[in-house]
Design a protein around this ligand. Sequence first.
Ligand SMILES: [Mn+2]
Length: 390
Amino acid sequence: MRILHTADWHIGQRLHERQRTDEHKEFLDWLLNTIQEHHVELLLVSGDIFDTALPSSEATNLYYQFLYRLYNETEAYAVITAGNHDSPRHLEAPREFLEMGRIYVVGTAEEPTKCVLTLPPNEPRVAVAAVPFLSESDLRHFSYETEVDRNERYRERFKAFYADCVSFMPAELPKILMGHLFVQGGKIGDSERNVQIGGATATHANDFPKDVSYVALGHLHRPQTIKDTDYPVRYSGSPIPLRFNETAYRKAVYLLELSEDSTLIRDEKIEIPIFKELCTLKGDETSILLDAMMGDWDGKYIQVKLKLTAPRVGISDDIRQAFGSRGGEVLSVELELPEVKQGPPISVAKMERPEKMFAQFHKAKFDGEPPDETLTQTFSELIQMVEESL
Ligand SMILES: [Mn+2]
């Protein structure tokens, strides 16, 4: 059976207020072509379908257009689970309707039995544990428990949940586990350091049961294999870079093929085309403006980290304009002012009114912009409150 693993679509996401609808549309078109080209029989989407619990009508429309095309233009089955960004109930609402179209959605998981699917339903060739994001709040809290006990119990719960899922699967079928969680050893963004989230809370790759062919994970946006000994425990990553720090590696989906005796006979990483380039530029004003003139910025999103020796009014606008005239769009300009090594000695006699100091601080921090009236007013009220309390 040919299977495609993807996750973390985050449809409806905005990057500095820019809608990503076009990028998501291009990705879903590409995904459908890839499914057709490789004769994929089962699509797995491991959580975070949408970026928010209540996605916009555009985001919802894009999702259902894709599902309809998947049903209408391919023969593939699909298993879709909820991530921490999704509303489990919202995602699951059309569950029975979608099942008529070979699409299986699992949003909530009260019991392991509810997650186990065997596909195709009439002549099963694979068993899938469609486990959505399980929140820590699902655990009953015992007041006498220490944090460590609680973390360990959370981890134990995962272990037991997956073990139960496997015990409900027909022994002769190849087994695939899905999940939306952090597994110890995973890396996020561009960072090479391992992520530690609450230490003991994190599930270990070895906590997944034996006798499994593949673990299809979602949650981390970088494609990566956590364990590759008996079977891959893997994150497919997100299809588009959701932040500027997700551009140092290519986004991907994974194409798998399982033989009837549960062997993974094909395991291929397919790189996703870059639909919109995200670039980060660092430097002083001269080098950034030179970059703007020399580079090809057509259709690109740009983040600028500008080193300044002194604040200057309007510098952000100049930079936006320089790239804008070359077809690029600057989404953010971060100003880096030199750190003052030793502050001037403070004497009470010379001390300015706090409002004036605040205005100076604001100008230094925000590109020469003085604070607006509301902010100044609020600050004054705050100072008054402090002075009255002395
Ligand atoms: Mn997530």
